[in-house]
Design a protein around this ligand. Structure first.
Ligand SMILES: *Cc1c(COP(=O)(O)O)cnc(C)c1O
Length: 389
């Protein structure tokens, strides 16, 4: 299906709502039935019709269909956050006694689930360096039911060879789950590479305006139906109609925003690479990136997140740099219109700073501003810190 068709027309039944270009927000909690028998059928199979908006809802349905098509998947569920999508995908595929192989450095709340919640139910995990397929082979146990991937991750951008992992997992009857938030299905299509479940936060690129949270989970119809009837309905973490509508709106401009962000990011990366106060720029499309060839092969576009290692002898230099930025905001998240920065040293106590490479990392997200505007902001902040570094 053509991406333009998916984003602009597909799954919209305009003749049913006055040919309105923008779909209605069906802001209802429940749906009424004319006949007892219809109600009975709905109780028997809630996945086939509208009963209650914790389950299916027409506005959410438009979004689900578009997102499934974008991922090249049979079906999709949309959650109230990316974290909820992660939780449902994993929970649905483990039971007591099972084991998960996860790449290291995955999203914080995936880690917290592996480390703090699942062990209470006797589900164990092994973190591996996912850059080498041999590490997956070595970590798989007889009770491994899930391989959890994030390619690339959002700080240091290590990739996994998705096709190779999919082949290995299928041979061992293991479910593969990927967090595809960095690329979105526009720039990486894991389901087509054999991955079972592809998830992403919709809060970032799909929403695109830093005003809504959401999470996407795509896979087979059978798997989505299983998750719908269990985790989705039980936890009640589905997206609300208004938020779904905001995400449909975000989708309209997703390709245009990503194209612009790709160009801006390239310009910012090129500038940072030349800057005397930058030791290193970590970015999957740098020719010096260890997995550059794999990045070119399985990712079709450049996204807005990059990390740079700043030359700073002390934490004051880094803090001065960040505090001096006039336009780039200091905040978590990414994928919106606004450029953002997070220094790794914000995650440690000041007295623990030893100027290691990790502690001197800053993660930058390039938004929709002009590249020159962002570069000028970075440059003036470098000037402010120069005397301290
Ligand atoms: C933000 C993020 C999530 C979680 O998404 P929320 O919508 O914030 O719950 C998951 N994975 C990655 C890589 C993220 O950056």
């Amino acid at each position: 299906m053509d991406i333009s068709y998916i984003l602009n027309e597909y799954a919209e039944d305009r003749e049913n709502y006055f040919r309105a270009v923008s779909p209605p927000i069906v802001q209802t909690s429940n749906f009424a039935f004319e006949k007892v028998d219809d109600l009975r059928k709905s109780f028997e199979d809630e996945y086939s019709g509208y009963l209650y908006s914790r389950g299916l809802n027409p506005t959410v349905e438009i979004l689900r269909k578009k997102l499934a098509a974008l991922d090249g998947a049979e079906d999709c569920l949309v959650f109230n956050s990316g974290a909820a999508a992660i939780f449902a995908a994993v929970l649905a595929n483990v039971k007591s006694g099972d084991h998960i192989v996860s790449v290291k450095g995955v999203y914080t709340w995936a880690r917290k689930m592996f480390e703090n919640i699942l062990p209470r139910f006797n589900v164990t995990h092994t973190y591996i360096d996912g850059t080498d397929i041999k590490n997956f082979e070595n970590a798989i146990q007889s009770n491994t039911t899930v391989i959890y991937l994030e390619s690339p991750n959002s700080w240091t951008f290590e990739l996994q060879d998705l096709k190779a992992v999919a082949v290995l997992a299928k041979k061992n009857k293991i479910i593969t789950i990927i967090d595809n938030s960095y690329c979105t299905p526009l720039y990486q299509r894991p389901v087509e590479m054999g991955i079972d479940l592809s998830l992403q936060t919709a809060t970032k690129f799909i929403g695109g305006h830093s005003d809504v949270l959401g999470g996407v989970l795509c896979g087979s119809k059978q798997m989505m139906e299983k998750i719908f009837n269990s985790e989705y309905l039980t936890v009640g973490s589905g997206i609300q109609p208004f938020n779904a509508w905001l995400l449909i709106r975000g989708l309209r401009t997703l390709p245009a925003r990503l194209e612009r962000i790709s160009r801006t990011t390239t310009a910012v990366v090129d500038h940072l690479k030349k800057h005397p106060l930058v030791e290193e720029v970590i970015f999957p499309f740098n020719e010096t990136f260890p997995q550059y060839e794999l990045a070119k092969e399985q990712m079709s576009g450049i996204c807005g997140l990059l990390t740079f290692v700043i030359k700073a002898k002390n934490i004051d230099a880094i803090e001065t740099f960040c505090n001096s930025l006039q336009h780039i905001l200091m905040a978590v998240s990414w994928g919106g219109h606004e450029s953002l920065i997070i220094p790794a040293c914000a995650g440690i106590k000041r007295e623990d700073f030893i100027a290691s490479r990790e502690q001197r990392m800053l993660r930058l997200y390039a938004g929709l501003e002009d590249a020159a505007y962002l570069i000028a902001d970075l440059d003036q902040a470098f000037k402010s810190m120069a005397s301290l570094s």
